[in-house]
Design a protein around this ligand. Structure first.
Ligand code: ZN
Length: 83
């Protein structure tokens, strides 16, 4: 289960999610969750010049780019991609 504020589409840089794991049923209708971790979600660094906005996807863990754009990481001028 994931709890946390979902940013509106548009201008956001990062937000955090709280990850919980379902433990099991405690009583008839109650379910117990254990808190696991808070995850920082960072937005993909790529700027889509043609659309005049940054990529809306969140970056892959340990990278600054989303799944689509991670192959561009490390190249000069890679932050500006027009596609
Ligand atoms: Zn991206």
């Amino acid at each position: 289960m994931i709890r946390g504020p979902r940013p509106p589409k548009g201008s956001w840089i990062c937000y955090s999610e709280h990850i919980y794991q379902k433990v099991g049923h405690v009583q008839n209708f109650a379910v117990e969750y254990h808190f696991l971790e808070t995850r920082e979600i960072v937005r993909c660094k790529v700027y889509l010049a043609r659309l005049r906005r940054r990529c809306l996807l969140s970056a892959e863990p340990t990278t600054e780019y989303c799944r689509t754009h991670r192959n561009h990481a490390g190249r000069p001028g890679s932050a500006m991609i027009d596609e």
